[in-house]
Design a protein around this ligand. Structure first.
Ligand code: NDP
Ligand code: 2IT
Length: 459
């Protein structure tokens, strides 16, 4: 059975964790992500303690190479000036150009973008592709804004961001609140200001102007490829299982699509207001229309399927979607969605696997609880890496000035996810943490990043 992470014995590792916590005391999400990674790499740190210490390797790893923070002024439809804050965290470029999404959500702050940027370093390393770790975004809330307001905001955001990105320097993409519409406006403004057609500067582009087939589907599909591999490794049949998905955005929708293909019935999906429960299985086309075309709420599903149920959030710390009994749990919304209390409900309801489509949707206590109770747990940096991996494939196609077919990209994605699972499993076994994919992912990724950083000297 999977073992929970052990208490840290190594003095150097402990001192770096403590110092990083003290130095970043106002950044709880970053501390959580940093501690989760560092507390699982002890076997490697102990083996290389002298060199790491001498080279300040861990101290450098937890400090972003660069953080850019800037004012984003724009004029709303009423003619009023609005001011948001924009960021780009260029965390680690040892393996390749900084790569990672942009998040537009009112909750965005430096702590959240540092946690996301830190996770991205290791996720990107796991893909096996040459991409470093970065993340950016703004506290701008696209909800309720007109297309014109979103365009104005994106243009102003890019006026500053363009000074810091480039196809060989830093390549942003989408995340929460940033989809095809936003990437289009951002790309247009970059092209206008720089006066160059640099297709590889952003990924997640539309298919007409340099986007890759399968990028839109990639995170959700990749998540299900990882789940397929994990279940296969335990001789568990995917066909006939039930699932619940938190969120109903890009990742959630394409996880649903692939889950259906595998014969999994998805009983419930959610947004930040509540969840829909359809015992016949959520209808994919209806959800796509509501979310992708109408930009509506999951509640609107009842207009099409009056026999489905809508359960509004009641303010308790367990969102209603997690109270619906299912075999496979796919958190695809936001961070810290599943706490210990929620994990207990899921285990009591007989969950067999939890796979993170979102970044850090599970608290550390909840992860430990799942693992102690033999629930297969797939950490986000491995399970949701299909999105960024396909972004890297988009960059390859942009460099070639050519494109691959849908099937070619999908096959590559499947192969990459299958390899990521194998890497996580092998690293976990190597260090005696059988089936602990959290430890496996962190060790496999850290090992690569550490080697690249060490080879490049103290920079
Ligand atoms: P979208 O903006 O397309 O969808 C986000 C979904 O999550 C919406 O249903 C939204 O509900 C819900 N949500 C967002 N914030 C909250 C919140 N604070 N509380 C409750 N629900 C919330 O984003 P994505 O699907 O792209 O991203 C989802 C997750 O997957 C994020 O954690 C992201 O970092 C991660 N991810 C995304 C990748 C990608 O390629 N897009 C790749 C890898 C990971 P509402 O509409 O009510 O806000
Ligand atoms: O969290 C993530 O990996 C993403 N939002 C995708 C990043 C990317 O560059 O495609």
């Amino acid at each position: 059975m999977a073992q929970a992470a052990v208490m840290i014995q190594n003095g150097y590792l402990k001192s770096v964790i403590d110092a990083t916590k003290a130095k970043n005391a106002s950044e709880p999400e970053f501390i959580q992500a940093m501690e989760e990674v560092l507390s699982t790499i002890e076997p490697i740190v102990s083996k290389h303690e002298e060199e790491y210490k001498k080279e300040g390797l861990l101290e450098r790893l937890v400090e972003p190479e660069r953080i850019i923070s800037f004012r984003v002024p724009w004029i709303d439809d009423k003619g009023q000036v609005q001011v948001n804050r924009g960021y780009r965290v260029q965390f680690n470029g040892a393996i390749g150009p900084y790569k990672g999404g942009l998040r537009f959500h009112p909750s965005v702050n430096q702590s959240i973008l540092k946690f996301l940027g830190f996770e991205q370093i290791f996720k990107n390393a796991l893909t096996g592709l040459p991409i470093g770790g970065g993340k950016g975004g703004s506290d701008f809330d696209p909800k309720g804004k007109s297309d014109n307001e979103v365009m104005k905001f994106c243009q102003s955001f890019m006026n500053e961001l363009q000074k810091h990105i480039g196809q060989d320097l830093d390549v942003p993409a989408g995340d929460i609140g940033v989809g095809a519409r936003e990437i289009g406006y951002l790309f247009g403004q970059y092209r206008k200001i720089r006066n160059v057609y640099e297709a590889g500067v952003l990924t997640g582009k539309g298919l007409e102007y340099g986007g890759s087939l399968t990028r839109k589907e990639a995170t959700g599909y990749g998540l299900m490829y990882f789940v397929r591999e994990m279940l296969k490794d335990h001789n568990i049949e995917l066909n006939g299982k039930t699932a619940i998905i938190s969120g109903s955005g890009n990742v959630a929708i394409y996880a649903l699509e692939k889950a259906e293909k595998y014969g999994v019935k998805v009983l419930a999906m959610s947004d930040s207001n509540g969840c829909i429960y359809d015992k016949n299985g959520i209808d994919l086309e209806t959800i796509k229309m509501i979310k992708e075309v109408q930009r509506g709420r999951v509640k609107d599903y009842l207009n099409h399927f009056p026999n489905a149920e809508y359960i509004e959030n009641d303010g308790s710390s367990t969102p209603p979607v997690y109270k619906i009994k299912a075999d496979i749990i796919l958190p695809c919304a936001t961070q810290n969605d599943i706490n210990l209390e929620t994990a207990k409900i899921l285990v009591a309801n007989g969950a067999i696997a939890v796979a993170e489509g979102a970044n850090m949707p599970t608290t550390t206590e909840a992860i430990n609880y799942f693992q102690e109770n033999n629930v297969l747990f797939a950490p986000g940096k491995a399970a949701n890496a299909g999105g960024v991996a396909t972004s890297a494939l988009e960059m390859v196609q942009n460099s070639m000035r050519f494109f691959w077919s849908y099937e070619e990209v999908d096959q590559k994605l499947d192969m990459i996810m299958t390899k990521i699972f194998a890497r996580c499993k092998a690293a976990a076994y190597e260090y005696g943490y059988k089936d602990n994919y959290v430890v496996g992912a962190n060790i496999a990724a850290f090992r690569k990043v550490a080697r690249a950083m060490r080879a490049q000297g103290i920079i």
